[in-house]
Design a protein around this ligand. Structure first.
Ligand code: FES
Length: 56
């Protein structure tokens, strides 16, 4: 993990066929993953969904 402009950067490894929700609201207690905390504020901020598709 490294610091840049006050934000942390993390690498997330995905297996093909796997899907992850990445937090954008910065309120998750399981960073960098979304834990549903964004729903408490009602700000309309949603996680980014990332996935790996098998290109076969
Ligand atoms: S907890 Fe931050 S986007 Fe879901």
């Amino acid at each position: 993990m490294s610091q840049q402009k006050g934000h942390s950067k993390e690498e997330v490894m995905l297996q093909c066929g796997e899907k992850k929700a990445i937090c954008r609201c910065l309120k998750s207690k399981n960073m960098p993953f979304c834990d549903g905390s964004h729903r408490e504020e009602g700000e309309g901020i949603m996680p980014i969904i990332v996935f790996c598709e098998d290109s076969k």
